[in-house]
Design a binder for this molecule. Sequence first.
Ligand code: ADP
Ligand code: MG
Length: 138
Amino acid sequence: MERTLSIIKPDGVARGLIGEVIKRFEDNNLKIVAMKMIYMTKAQAQGFYAVHKERPFFDSLTDFMSSGPVVVLILKGENAIAKNRELMGATNYKEAAEGTIRRDFATEIEKNIVHGSDSPGSADFEIGYFFNSFEIIC
Ligand code: ADP
Ligand code: MG
């Protein structure tokens, strides 16, 4: 069993896609063990995406991620990290496989509906960034 962090980004929340995204997780054996809606400050978004701070899109990305409420979730399941990345699709929605969340709903490379941890190390960091132990069902 593995855990991963998912975020339904501001575009997904604003467009009414929370239920749609969660349905895909639940239909694919990813169990929700923590969930909340938050509205990040720019500084909180910068801390979350610190790994990308040298990238040219960092400023725009952190503006976007602090532009409206997001839903953060911890998903648990077998190979949860890879399974979630598979359901999400490629970063660039134009390259994402058919039937993936990004292919079906993303409108720009930046506004791509969902975030998902990309490794066990990042999952640990990202889960700890948003949740304390009392908020996680075990
Ligand atoms: P992923 O979310 O698939 O793990 P990355 O970690 O590489 O992708 O990038 C984090 C987020 O930054 C992406 O989901 C997307 O919102 C944004 N992003 C990535 N690459 C670009 C780019 N070339 N231009 C604008 N935004 C980007
Ligand atoms: Mg990433």
